[in-house]
Design a protein around this ligand. Sequence first.
Ligand SMILES: [Zn+2]
Ligand SMILES: [Zn+2]
Length: 261
Amino acid sequence: MVDRLVNSEANARRIAAVESCFGSSGQPLAVPGRVLVGEGILTKMCRKKPKPRQFFLFNDTLVYGNIVLNKKKYNKQHIIPLEQVKLESLEDDGLLKNGFVIKTATKSFAVYAATPTEKAEWMGHIQKCVNDLLKKSGKKPTEQHAAVWVPDSEAAACQVCRNPFTFVNRRHHCRKCGSVICGPCSKNRALLPNQSKKPLRVCNPCHNSVSGKNQDGNQNSWAGNADSSGEDDSDDEGEENPSWSSAPKFYHGSNQLSYRN
Ligand SMILES: [Zn+2]
Ligand SMILES: [Zn+2]
């Protein structure tokens, strides 16, 4: 299984290929002990709309990027340490099917696989890597995760004062609960140490709860899910419609995982 791949030539070749696809826009990925476990396309819910992203699952990190040319060129590389990842399955919701949330302390977002099998494969492999890492390090799973952002399209009006958004009344996101709010409802900043050393924008209800005026934690309960990293994935260049037929590939022996019940 994964351990067997550690020093294999095939693994080294695959990692070198990923590196070269990111070119100078990416970090060096060849680290001793690192194994490329799988790769494939997942649709990631961004602030404006869902977009295809290429994901690479290593035994210690999850890397993804924008698809400039499928299997040839990717950019906007993101690296997520798996140790702090928590997964959460999503119910199918209209056109949004086979989804799950990838939660970390600093950012959380939803992704959607092409089929239920692919969803099960991704979740199974990611979870197994997380479990193995935690077992090895003896650490406890991270309990504090960034809220998943409500996508702009889900909120025509401020989720606090209900005033409609317009060209002048712009949308903002609360970094604590992920809701979409207007400027006047998010004048306050709060220290959220997991996400940043600097105080971040929070909605008034969250500010009250943080400052102890209100016991209502106002935890995010919206089902829609966008990226909560604060970055606006407004990078529209690149392939919008990659070949959807390309199923993810996982590099392991045939019978180690029991994600199929
Ligand atoms: Zn408002
Ligand atoms: Zn809030």
